[in-house]
Design a protein around this ligand. Sequence first.
Ligand code: MN
Length: 426
Amino acid sequence: MSQISANNPVLKSWIEVSSGSDFPIQNIPFGVVKSENLTPRVVSRIGNKVIDLKTLHVLGYLENLPFELSDFDVNLLNPMMKKGKKAVRDLRNRLSKLFDVNQPDLQKNEQHVAQVLIPVENVCMCMPVQIGDYTDFYSSREHATNVGMMFRDPANALLPNWLWLPVGYHGRSSSVIISGEPVYRPKGQIKPNPEEPPIYAPCRNLDFELETAFVTFDGKPLGESISTEEAEEYIFGMVLFNDWSARDIQTWEYVPLGPFLAKNFASSISPWIVTLDALQPYKADGPAQDPEVLSYLKYKGQLSYDIQLEVFIEPENGEETKVCTSNFKYMYWNMAQQLAHHTVNGCNIRCGDLMGSGTISGPTPDSYGSMLELAWKGTRPLKMNDGSERRFLQDGDTVTMRGFSSKDGIRIGFGEVSGKIYPPKG
Ligand code: MN
């Protein structure tokens, strides 16, 4: 497959990029925007400028690539993604070249520049992908251990299957929402008193889950499997993912079939999809796996990624408090193993499927990826900067997750995923 020339760390763009920006020329993520003046369309971004791919195509700058105008003049990335990994890699390389400071073609055409670049504050980010199926894994050993210690047996925190396979469940795509959309506190069955029957009430233990998710290209036909070696060829890119959770509803409902209404009321994604190509310089070793995994889960080389992840809570009219710093590389099972396991039985993956990592907790108490763990089931309330305390999330709280990879002065960031909690709807 073609080289990823867009990742060259020496590249500079003629678009201004402030230091500390998540979006240098080496990132080139994909998203969908609209505005009062613009129909929804496929875009990329450098610095604080949105790059209008529809207009670039109309003006002839995307010639000799396997894309049509209709791939960009649309409110979803799926048609573009349908063209596959090589096509998207070549598109990213082309964009890198067009906006390279040493390339005059577009740079010197003021009229075209004015048509192609849009200040990011002038557009509204749209849900970028039509998500087909949504799967959520449970791949952080620290998270699974913490939850097992709290709810089961501290001496046998991990269930017997956990070290043998990437545990997961099929979630619901209809309630995956984009950053900024409101989150309404769910209602349901909870059982505050173990000696008494359940009650119908608003969730009292509302939580976030710090996750990432990956979005797939078309996979293989039903019946075939994707190997760990092939897996990354089927991954388009990643987003930050807040898998909101109602812990009290979950505790009562989850036996024996697993998560249901505690999980499917909202899951928020960040609007820019950072390609797996852009993350290649940040590959990292994953945790050692013991016992040795079965043959279809074995892999060669580095398949984890060094992505720093942070969670902030901002109370209504208050200031933001950082409550968690974690890292994607702590994940026990990597994305290639997740995809290999998901397809080992012949399950087919389609363009636009979303796979959540599971809550990403690290080894130290400040790296736990949920309120459940940070406040240890409510027994160690978190202190906020405004003096208030949190056991779980309150109405009016805004939870924001940020993530980035950084090396040799180049920072590839995801922007953020944010959501504010509102009281239950009627
Ligand atoms: Mn989850």
